[in-house]
Design a binder for this molecule. Structure first.
Ligand code: C2E
Ligand code: CA
Ligand code: CA
Length: 703
């Protein structure tokens, strides 16, 4: 396309480029881009298309401008790069111009444009005569945020591979803390101005080579720094400049190909690091640490081993079996299958480490089916001796994303000629709460075949009970954290007894998991759960050990187990069932009891307290219930008043146990932290009644 002319025709400049301009004028009618022509020898630039609407280039009324005139609508930060590119063209060193840079609109907005051009005519020295090109707003529109004029997340993802290949510098993710609250307090315009200010500060910070506005209150910057000290200096300076307006949090990761194999893992690590930074109260900058890098490596190695194993007949995977015993006679009810993995390089690896990896990589789909087949096959064999043996298998949420999970499970049952009621599927409570639509439909199908549904780790996720009814749950497994030390813990005792009460009414089986001591067992006996599982009876066993102790008779292990059960009976006879005495324990743990009665119409409140509570409140004389309420309420720290109102409302409007933690002005000790648990109970005398516990937290108690 680039023609050479021997000599410039001797005619007025306008006439010389006229044929080209006519052509461009005509073409510009069929595009939203702006076409342009530059006549270098005469230093003239022409634009075609509707450029006057947003840009003030031609406000002087002229059609023709000098090349320098164009700069007045270019973002100052881009002047240098653009000047350099044009310099090379004018020197005849390059014939193609292709750049992204920013224009500024009449009303001060920043617009990223893509500007391309070709020299179409040169002189005999190879210097440019005419260049034709186009400016497109459209090409880049999906790549930046109009609010700040910064590149967005899509562009960041596009740019990162290049950066990774260069293997240098740092990526820093920066969040403006509590932007939502700032918007609420000062208005959206203020928030937007703040975002623009942070954007500008980041763009101008030393060493910053690119800034992206990735999410509403989040920026990403690439910093060309040799070490972390430089990055820290950038962040400190930013914090300092903005300290009157907001605080920032930042997570920093090295842009290193050796550490991160792809864009996603780099960005995930940066996000994680940022989240960690947010938990610090004072200095909110966090670096991706070397220890973490090593952990990451170990993780990748393990993932690789897991993946190989699934491809070579699940070599390295095995199942352990933990017995579940009937309450009362301690006979075996069923077995939970627990997955184990032995790494070729490290030996046995904890499930808490490898199961999340299987889930993230979706390897759990195939491994989970293997577990199911293996566990049920084993159960079929053992059923020859114990015909009604049950098998529990854990299924994670990821597996439910596979639409044919239920069909696969049914197929295995058919293959092994087992009835559906052999199988109990354990799903963790947190999973249920996410209400995956697949779970409900898959479970419905399986339950129709007799398969049981069990909620694992129950109590951790605060599910409300109506949910359990809706899903037609067959079993609840109470998490170990509620069982351990039960003989000392009022909260947990109360919680477990209310779960059991609910379960009994709804014919749901309750399994107490993680029973470790005879004392725990003795306390639990009084509550009459259905099943126990825990180290007190047995740890998860290999198939062989399981067989010896529980399935086959006549072995030493079998005799040992029988003797242990005898010992349990003897213990029970000697001790009796330990009846939990809540009042005693409350006293010992300094837990006060309170009842609040509210008459919303009369706007009247009263508080009744027991003597421990009276002591904890530090009252100096007998108060009437009304005075007592006022005494308590007036001492709640001001900043907690709204919070308390919300929580009390929640307590009144739901049947949930609500936990509160707040600062309270104690008459003797000053500011203390109080935790209380409360729930609504039946109305009395037409008044709303709430009751609960009150406890002063020491530092050691805080979660
Ligand atoms: P989980 O389903 O809650 O399994 C019970 C865990 O508690 C097991 O840990 C078991 O060894 C442990 N445990 C049992 N009794 C006691 C006790 O008295 N004291 C203490 N301290 N611990 C006790 P494990 O085998 O390490 O498994 C950890 C988790 O890994 C399981 O928790 C489950 O969530 C997951 N998992 C194990 N196998 C599978 C599987 O095949 N599929 C899936 N999706 N998850 C699995
Ligand atoms: Ca389980
Ligand atoms: Ca569990």
């Amino acid at each position: 396309m680039n023609e050479a002319v021997t000599a410039l025709p001797n005619m007025p400049a306008e006439d010389f480029s006229k044929p080209y301009r006519d052509m461009l004028e005509f073409q510009s009618q069929s595009t939203d881009d702006f076409l342009y022509l530059i006549d270098f020898p005469h230093d003239q630039a022409y634009f075609f298309g509707n450029i006057d609407k947003d840009y003030s280039l031609r406000d002087d009324g002229k059609d023709i401008h000098s090349i320098m005139d164009l700069m007045k609508i270019v973002h100052p930060a881009d002047h240098r790069a653009l000047g350099e590119d044009f310099g090379r063209i004018q020197a005849g060193l390059q014939a193609v111009h292709n750049m992204n840079y920013r224009w500024i609109t009449r009303d001060g907005r920043v617009v990223w444009i893509n500007c391309r051009g070709n020299v179409v005519l040169s002189d005999e020295q190879g210097l440019p005569v005419l260049m034709i090109g186009r400016v497109s707003e459209e090409t880049l529109r999906h790549l930046y945020k109009p609010l700040t004029g910064l590149w967005n997340k899509t562009k960041l993802r596009e740019d990162i591979p290049d950066r990774l290949a260069r293997d240098s510098g740092y990526l820093m993710l920066v969040d403006i803390d509590s932007l939502a609250a700032i918007n609420l307090r000062h208005g959206r315009d203020y928030g937007n101005r703040l975002l623009r200010e942070v954007a500008n500060l980041l763009a101008e910070a030393p060493g910053v080579s690119a800034v992206y506005h990735t999410e509403h209150n989040n920026f990403a910057t690439v910093i060309d720094a040799a070490n972390t000290a430089t990055v820290e200096a950038v962040f400190t300076q930013l914090q300092e400049t903005l300290k009157k307006k907001c605080t920032l949090s930042a997570g920093v990761v090295p842009v290193s190909h050796a550490v991160f194999s792809d864009v996603s893992s780099l960005l995930d690590a940066a996000k994680l690091t940022l989240n960690r930074a947010k938990t610090h109260t004072a200095f909110r900058l966090e670096f991706f640490s070397m220890a973490e890098i090593n952990r990451k490596f170990a993780e990748l190695t393990l993932l690789d081993e897991l993946s190989r194993s699934t491809q070579s007949d699940f070599d390295g995977f095995a199942l352990n079996y933990q017995p579940q015993l009937n309450a009362g006679n301690y006979n075996i009810y069923g077995i939970e299958a627990l997955l184990r993995f032995t790494s070729p390089s490290r030996g046995p690896v904890s499930p808490d480490e490898f199961i999340p990896l299987l889930e993230q990589s979706h390897l759990i789909d195939t491994v989970g089916i293997w577990v199911m087949r293996e566990a049920l096959r084993q159960c079929r064999d053992w059923r020859r001796t114990i015909p009604d043996l049950h098998m529990s298998v854990n299924i994670s949420i990821v597996q439910f994303e596979e639409p044919y999970l239920a069909e696969h499970i049914m197929e295995i049952l058919r293959e092994l000629e087992l009835p559906g009621d052999v199988l109990t599927i354990e799903i963790t409570e947190s999973v249920m709460l996410r209400e995956s639509p697949h779970i409900a439909s898959s479970m419905k199908y399986l339950k129709a075949a007799g398969v049981s549904l069990s909620i694992d780790d129950f109590g951790m996720g605060y599910s409300n009970y109506s949910y359990l009814k809706m899903l037609n749950v067959n079993e609840i497994k109470i998490d170990r954290s509620f069982i351990s030390g039960i003989e000392m813990d009022t909260y947990n005792y109360k919680l477990i007894s209310s779960i059991l009460e609910f379960a009994r009414v709804n014919a749901i089986r309750v399994c107490c998991e993680g029973v470790e001591s005879t004392r725990e067992l003795a306390v639990l006996e009084a509550l009459h759960p259905d099943i126990y599982q825990g180290y007190l009876f047995d740890r998860p066993l290999t198939a062989r050990d399981m067989e010896d102790a529980y399935i086959r008779g006549g072995t030493a292990a079998h005799a040992e187990r029988a003797a242990f059960v005898q010992k349990l009976y003897a213990f029970k006879e000697k001790m009796g069932i330990i009846h939990f005495n809540p009042i005693d324990i409350l006293r010992r743990n300094n837990i006060g009891l309170w009842i609040i009665r509210i008459d919303p119409e009369q706007r009247y409140c009263e508080m009744h307290v027991d003597d421990t509570m009276e002591r904890l409140l530090g009252v100096d004389r007998k108060y009437t219930p009304e005075e007592c309420y006022t005494f308590w309420y007036d001492r709640i720290a001001k900043e907690y008043i709204d919070y308390m109102a919300v929580k009390l409302k929640l307590m009144i409007e739901t049947d949930k146990i609500v936990q509160l933690e707040y600062t309270w002005e104690h008459p003797l000790y000053g500011e203390i932290t109080v935790r209380c648990n409360g729930r609504r109970v039946e109305n009395s005398d037409g008044m709303i009644v709430l009751e609960g516990y009150h406890r002063i937290l020491t530092n050691g108690d805080r979660i």
